[in-house]
Ligand binder design. Structure first.
Ligand SMILES: [Zn+2]
Length: 316
């Protein structure tokens, strides 16, 4: 089999896992974070992008990393995996003239958003997340393979909202009830009009609905609705994941389209249940009218979302 660019990067990034930094923090060989196969894709070429007013993003492997680098502070939202976290941290050090990272946020507990926590935590002042995230990280760790390193937990949490000034930016984190998991927060850069949605936002992709971790499609739909009402019209939304070839930054219209997707999922599921359809029959639905362009694959499929919707609407 021909060695393509992705495999080359995978091979070269393995070197990061045994870097002096990784050794210093007790990291073992390249960790296999506990997450379904669909959430641990091969790395793409690392990419830094400016979004607006000192807020930017980094993509390589797993959930989109957001960052803020201004004169007063360095902030990171989510940490991907150990190898890509190292690449991101090195790039941010250059942008920030080697200043220490003031704060790391985890938008939620999934491995493709927290797998690089140890790499960032070793060089940051604080790691914060919503109050349910530590328990959810521990739950995943309890079922992980024996040689998996213990998760790096947040050292501070918040329940509903959290806010602080960082340089000339005001950052507010908000928990709006269960969505993609039971502990998702969105991180709003209020002066930049940019919000990192974590996995509350998938751009043109079938999402993961993590019911064992407390997800709720019905409330997720409301979160999307409320957020677009509450935030300024020109807000740029950073998605956790996007369809291959599409950007991870979108506008309000795309967020409302994702709300409409859930509306269509719930409508179809309610009809199916009312007609006596089984969960298996419902999950076998080939396409969702109006959303045929959504990317599926691996563990993230329309069938998976419909099965979660069936369970949610049947559980009363
Ligand atoms: Zn997730």
């Amino acid at each position: 089999m021909k060695i393509d660019r992705r495999q080359f990067i995978a091979a070269s990034s393995a070197a990061f896992a045994i870097s002096p930094l990784a050794r210093a923090i007790g990291a073992q060989a390249p960790a296999a974070p506990a997450a379904p196969a669909a959430q641990t894709p091969p790395p793409a070429a690392p990419k830094f992008e400016d979004v607006r007013r000192n807020v930017g993003l980094f993509t390589m492997r797993g959930g989109t990393i957001g960052w803020l680098v201004n004169r007063g502070a360095v902030l990171v939202v989510d940490t991907q995996f150990p190898d890509s976290a190292k690449v991101c941290l090195d790039g941010l050090k250059q942008k920030a003239a080697n200043r220490q990272v003031d704060l790391i946020f985890n938008t939620h507990h999934h491995g493709d958003h927290t797998g690089g926590n140890a790499i960032f935590r070793a060089e940051a002042k604080r790691l914060i997340a919503q109050a349910r995230v530590p328990d959810l990280l521990r739950q995943v760790a309890a079922t992980a393979a024996a040689n998996t390193p213990a998760p790096t937990l947040p050292d501070a949490t918040f329940d509903q909202t959290w806010s602080q000034d960082f340089g000339d930016e005001k950052v507010t984190a908000r928990y709006d009830g269960p969505g993609h998991t039971g502990g998702d927060s969105m991180i709003h850069f209020e002066r930049a009009h940019v919000v990192h949605m974590g996995d509350l936002l998938f751009h043109e992709r079938h999402p993961r609905v993590d019911r064992p971790a407390g997800a709720s499609i019905q409330n997720w739909l409301k979160i999307l609705e409320r957020t677009t009402k509450d935030l300024p019209a020109d807000t740029i939304y950073i998605a956790g994941h996007a369809k291959e070839g599409l950007p991870v930054t979108v506008d309000r219209k795309a967020v409302l389209r994702f709300r409409d997707y859930f509306d269509a999922v719930l409508t179809l599921t309610r009809k199916g249940i009312a007609a006596g359809q089984t969960k298996d029959a419902l999950s076998a639905t080939a396409t969702l009218p109006g959303f045929e362009s959504y990317q599926g694959g691996g563990a993230l499929t329309l069938g998976g979302v419909l099965a979660a919707a069936f369970d949610e609407l049947s559980a009363r």
